[in-house]
Design a protein around this ligand. Structure first.
Ligand code: IMP
Length: 199
């Protein structure tokens, strides 16, 4: 069976991605499972550049398809911060409970219409000797006035979506995979992945 390596060790992301790729005749491995242990400097200007940097760095080391995503939260009131710095924002070892509380404090008193935000995700598919392709997905929402929910990861507890009436931490993985930025980018990539697998 062919292999796809997912260029992340983030358990939340891996779970979401494995679920979406579950229908394909392919073994999905994380970098760790594939025995790859390299530090990649994510020094791109935006999500797309970072996704390409990650996917291409790993595809040079393996004979497999590699998908990498780069994603993050853009809060309009904070000039689209944390953006590409989402994982490193307020210190990479700071817990999300603390990060989320700091963001809530920064937005204290800001009316709902100015609390708009989105999760964005760029996905890159790379393989030695072929051209790298990318897709992009977003989900629009707003920063709530409190944290809510136990599911998901990262900024999910403070990211609310009107249609859900709650945060993306308060819905199931299946429900998040219907609507998430990563799911949209990955679904748009599915056809290309299928094509590569058939080659
Ligand atoms: P990356 O691993 O460089 O793509 O960084 C992504 C960071 O953005 C994560 O560590 C989270 O902080 C945030 N993020 C991306 N997608 C989500 C999501 O679906 N929920 C919550 N936080 C997210």
């Amino acid at each position: 069976m062919r292999k796809i390596i997912v260029a992340t060790e983030n358990k939340g992301k891996v779970k979401e991605i494995k679920e979406i790729l579950a229908g394909l005749e392919v073994e999905v491995q994380t970098m760790g499972e594939a025995g790859i242990n390299i530090e990649i400097e994510e020094n791109g200007k935006n999500f797309v550049e970072n996704a390409i940097i990650k996917a291409e760095a790993i595809s040079k080391l393996v004979d497999a398809l590699v998908i990498a995503d780069d994603s993050g939260l853009e809060i309009d009131y904070l000039n689209k911060e944390p953006g590409v710095y989402s994982a490193r924002y307020l210190g990479k070892d700071t817990s999300y409970e603390v990060k989320n509380q700091i963001i809530l404090d920064r937005l204290n008193g800001v009316p709902k219409e100015k609390r708009t935000a989105r999760f964005a995700c760029a996905m890159a598919l790379a393989e030695k000797g072929t051209e790298t392709v990318t897709t992009y997905g977003t989900i629009e929402g707003y920063i709530g006035d409190h944290a809510e929910g136990e599911n998901g990861f990262g900024y999910d507890p403070i990211f609310f979506v009107d249609e859900l009436g709650t945060s993306t931490a308060n819905i199931s993985l299946e429900a998040k995979n219907e609507i998430s930025h990563r799911a949209k980018a990955l679904r748009d990539m599915l056809e290309q992945i299928r094509e590569r697998l058939d080659r």
